[in-house]
Design a protein. Structure first.
Length: 535
């Protein structure tokens, strides 16, 4: 009988029992003169001693503003040094920082301000087409608990800092001694593909340990310089980026306020970065720059790719042309702080592109039957569940939705369909809600999508199930063509699949589109494709 799809991460390295503030103090004492933070656009730099001092200054200002332990402080801003200062200053006083996606508009931001009960909001002034001040003014009347808004790069920022007086440092020390590592410290709204987003509530213990162990697995030390072009409002930026860096004395490098491929490579070259983060599309954009070969990326050794599967050819180029021989693939979700699975430095190309790694230290994962919850044998598909220090405290003020996601055994049900190999490495094969059941056969859209990417006429593809009288569901391929003047036909698509895919997996319907409907965080809204073409 095959071994069951269960694995736990043993480790000789203990979990950290610190709060984020105590952990930062340790870094400041150990590496006071090493660089902690560099903002390439403005040229500003902080050593650990300077960074720690500015975090304390902002923390005292928040105390002066009447922010108590457990109060919610929102941040609605693009990547900048002030974002990082707010992250550590709120943690230092036990306030709960609420991350707000900079792409949100008034409807969404009003919901988050009200649902989280935010009393003080930090915001960018503007970015691209977003005028944050105008949007805050528009929703202020709908958010009675919002007492104050502080704008980054505006006199209101300096005015807030001016309220922090030297006598408050004693209060700051006293507040720190009242905090527990299990206190809630962060709310991150997961962009639901249906309805309003839910606020995943995370503790010091959740995110500090996750950042620390992700950093351990790529061997971070005080010698490392981490280029972070991914957004801070996601765990990828603030946990795998910032907390992984500060827990190891490494330097956080901000290349630009939002992703810019040329600015990212310029930052790597100028700051001699050793690590670079991104989702696969970011790495593709960097590799496709016309002047890519002119950048000196020889200082890179590692980095993290996450967010979606990495195509083999892209990974080959990242390793060979970007010098990232030790690049790591991570899998996770906001509700698990975020990483549960990660490839290791010594893993071969196949494991880095065909899997999302194996379980992290101190965590457990299993693959279960989505209907009865029984653990599946290795090599068979089911729902991926994870348990351990990283599982969120719950969705903010939504106990029923928390109970739907986290079962009585404290297993977080990811909603992802996965398969555990015999060696413990895990492949993600799709989302449970995306699975197509045709005539009793379970079809995983991702398998068909990966196959269709090889078609020369297809630039991008999404596969969904739509209702069918006889089979229950049939397979629809939604395709963005490489050349709109020469679109794919259904006959061409089916001929390409014939003899290479099982007959029941071959799409019986085709839609050629210009774009896919997307969520604010850049995920394709498959539910919208299903609903639109269900007729």
């Amino acid at each position: 009988m095959s071994e069951l799809s269960y694995a736990h991460g043993t480790s000789g390295t203990a979990l950290l029992g610190d709060t984020i503030g105590a952990n930062l103090d340790r870094a400041v004492r150990a590496w006071p003169d090493r660089e902690a933070l560099v903002d390439v656009p403005s040229g500003r730099r902080w050593t650990y001693a300077q960074f720690g001092a500015e975090v304390d200054e902002l923390a005292c200002a928040l105390l002066a503003a009447g922010i108590a332990k457990g109060d919610r402080v929102g941040i609605w801003a693009v990547n900048c040094p002030e974002w990082v200062l707010v992250q550590y200053a709120t943690a230092r006083i036990g306030a709960i920082m609420v991350n707000i996606n900079p792409a949100y508009r008034t409807h969404e931001v009003a919901y988050v301000l009200d649902q989280a009960g935010i009393s003080l909001l930090f915001a960018s002034l503007s970015h691209k087409s977003s005028d944050y001040r105008a949007m805050v003014e528009e929703v202020r009347g709908r958010c009675p608990r919002l007492r104050e808004t502080v704008y980054i790069g505006d006199p209101s920022w300096d005015a807030l800092l001016g309220r922090g007086t030297p006598d408050l440092y004693e209060d700051l020390h006293a507040r720190g001694s009242e905090l527990s590592c299990d206190d809630p410290i962060n709310i991150q709204y997961t962009s639901g593909t249906t309805g309003f987003p839910k606020g995943a509530t995370l503790s010091h213990h959740n995110i500090l340990n996750n950042g620390y162990f992700v950093g351990e697995l790529i061997a971070y030390s005080e010698q490392d310089r981490v280029c972070i072009p991914v957004p801070f409002y996601h765990c990828f930026g603030m946990v795998m980026g910032n907390l992984a860096a500060t827990s190891h004395g490494a330097c956080m490098v901000i290349p630009a306020p939002s992703f810019d491929p040329a600015a990212t490579l310029k930052a790597v070259q100028q700051e001699r970065c050793t690590s670079l983060y991104g989702v696969p599309t970011m790495f593709i954009a960097e590799l496709n720059l016309p002047d890519f070969a002119t950048y000196d990326l020889s200082t890179l050794r590692t980095g993290i790719m996450a967010g979606s599967p990495c195509p083999v050819e892209v990974m080959k180029r990242v390793v060979a042309e970007m010098h990232m021989e030790e690049v790591s693939i991570c899998y996770g979700m906001t509700e698990t702080s975020p990483v549960s699975l990660q490839t290791r430095r010594e893993d071969d190309l196949e494991h880095r592109t065909g899997t999302v790694g194996r379980v992290l230290p101190h965590l457990e994962v299993k693959v279960v039957d989505p209907v009865d919850g029984v653990t599946r044998p290795r090599g068979s598909a089911g729902e991926l569940c994870t348990r351990g220090y990283s599982v969120m405290l719950g969705y903010w003020n939504e106990p029923e939705k928390t109970a739907e996601a986290v079962d009585p055994g404290r297993w977080m049900h990811t909603g992802d369909l996965a398969m555990m190999r015999e060696d413990g490495y895990v492949e993600i094969v799709g989302r449970i809600k995306d699975m197509i059941i045709r005539g009793g056969e379970n079809i995983y859209p991702r398998e068909i999508e990966e196959f269709l990417y090889a078609h020369p006429k297809i630039a991008d593809v999404q596969v969904v199930g739509i209702p069918h009288e006889r089979y229950g569901e049939e397979v629809l391929a939604c395709v963005i063509p490489r050349d709109p003047a020469d679109p794919l036909t259904l006959d061409e698509l089916r001929a390409f699949c014939e003899g290479r895919l099982a007959h029941y997996k071959i799409p019986s319907r085709l839609r050629v589109l210009e774009t896919f409907p997307m969520t604010v965080s850049g995920k394709v809204r498959k539910i919208e494709l299903r609903e639109t073409y269900a007729e």
